[in-house]
Design a protein around this ligand. Structure first.
Ligand code: PEP
Length: 247
């Protein structure tokens, strides 16, 4: 299975900055990356990055999608709209959306369904907070988050990407150790196996302060199939080094 390295730009960028960043990434990918590489960009920049990446191996992603198909949902963006801009991946249930926008497990499950229905691969984020981790609840939390998505999506679950992102490791410079991450990924893999006979083709990414220095040791774990990269995805040399570690 090819690894997936996905950048999450979050609410960063400008026309000028995106232009420079994507051009540098495309130059660095140089034809064939040996792994799948995507950038998940703010919605207003989808058209710009779609044009910049055309004819290159860089895939385009979005950071959220509505669970609704169309209609009176001011401010929302549907999966069909994303599809029109060549979006191949969409991040769903990022902890920042769960925390600041009150996204529940049920909403995350419905958004996953909407993306799959449009032929877009959801990158479904799960992960525990520091309080939950300290209370020894990591496995319970990620399994609960995952169970909701499995329940709503049934056998289609084999078409998703999962991102394990411990909340305390996001944007903090703190990373879970490769062993700790592997343990959680193995739990998620077992849960997926119970739901689909194709669990081995589900990529389980790690996210949380992954960078050029720690990527190789994380990506060497058997159940770490790639990374979801926040801060380091805004610097082309760092992001490209992570990509090289995934080849
Ligand atoms: C993220 O936002 O998904 C993330 C992993 O961020 P960072 O790499 O900055 O911790």
């Amino acid at each position: 299975m090819k690894k997936l390295i996905a950048g999450n730009w979050k609410m960063n960028g400008s026309l000028a900055a995106n232009d420079a960043l994507v051009r540098e990434l495309v130059r660095g990918l140089d034809g064939n990356a040996g792994c799948t590489v995507a950038v998940c960009v703010p919605a207003p920049y989808l058209a710009q990055v779609q044009a910049l990446r055309a004819g290159t191996p860089l895939e385009l992603g979005a950071q959220d999608v509505s669970e609704q198909a169309e209609g009176a949902y001011t401010g929302e963006v549907s999966a069909a709209m994303l599809k029109e801009f060549g979006v191949r991946y969409v991040i769903i249930g990022h902890s920042e959306r769960r925390q600041y926008h009150g996204e529940t497990d049920a909403v995350v499950a419905d958004k996953t369904k909407a993306a799959l229905a449009a032929g877009i691969t959801p990158i479904v984020c799960v992960g525990e907070t520091l309080v939950q981790r300290d209370a020894g609840r990591t496995v319970d939390i990620v399994k609960r988050q995952m169970a909701a998505v499995i329940h709503t999506n049934g056998h289609c679950i084999s078409e998703i990407v999962v991102a394990y992102e411990p909340v305390w490791a996001i944007g903090t410079g703190k990373t879970a150790s490769p062993d700790e991450v592997q343990q959680v990924h193995a739990v998620l893999r077992a849960q997926l196996k119970a739901a689909t006979s194709h669990a081995d083709r589900v990529r389980i990414l790690y996210g949380g302060s992954m960078n050029a220095a720690n990527a190789a040791s994380l990506l060497a774990q058997p159940d770490i199939d790639g990374g979801l990269i926040g801060g380091a995805s805004l610097k082309a040399p760092d992001f490209l080094q992570i990509v090289r570690a995934a080849r």
